[in-house]
Design a protein around this ligand. Structure first.
Ligand code: SF4
Length: 113
């Protein structure tokens, strides 16, 4: 079992009694847009939940041109998405973080900085 699975369950338990943000509104808005205009529908969806920092940055860049980007970001913030790229931002444990760190231990020179 990975840490991200544990985080998802914790987030689900935390938000289960809270009112849900408009994920349905996002689906409704997306339904009114041509599917080929939604980058996460026409590209590999795994990119939006990628492990590689470069892939995450690519997903964030693709979101910028999405016609429902603002709605997607608002909903993700309200729902406190546990992970993934939503609305052009990377979420981890419900908050936006600037970038994904590569796997493994930081180099000694990075740790000292
Ligand atoms: S803004 Fe949301 S709906 Fe649009 S491509 Fe990004 S994740 Fe998908």
């Amino acid at each position: 079992m990975t840490i991200s699975v544990l985080d998802r369950r914790a987030a689900d338990a935390r938000t289960s009694t809270e009112p849900q943000a408009p994920l349905g509104a996002l689906h409704d808005a997306a339904a009114g847009v041509l599917e080929e205009l939604l980058p996460c529908r026409v590209n590999d969806a795994e990119l939006w939940f990628a492990e590689s920092p470069a892939d995450v940055e690519q997903a964030k860049a693709l979101c910028i041109g999405c016609p429902v980007q603002a709605l997607c970001l608002d909903g993700a913030l309200e729902r406190r998405e546990p992970w993934g790229v939503w609305g052009g931002e990377l979420f981890l444990q419900g908050v936006v973080i600037p970038r994904k760190r590569p796997r493994g231990r930081p180099r000694k020179s990075e740790a000292a900085a």
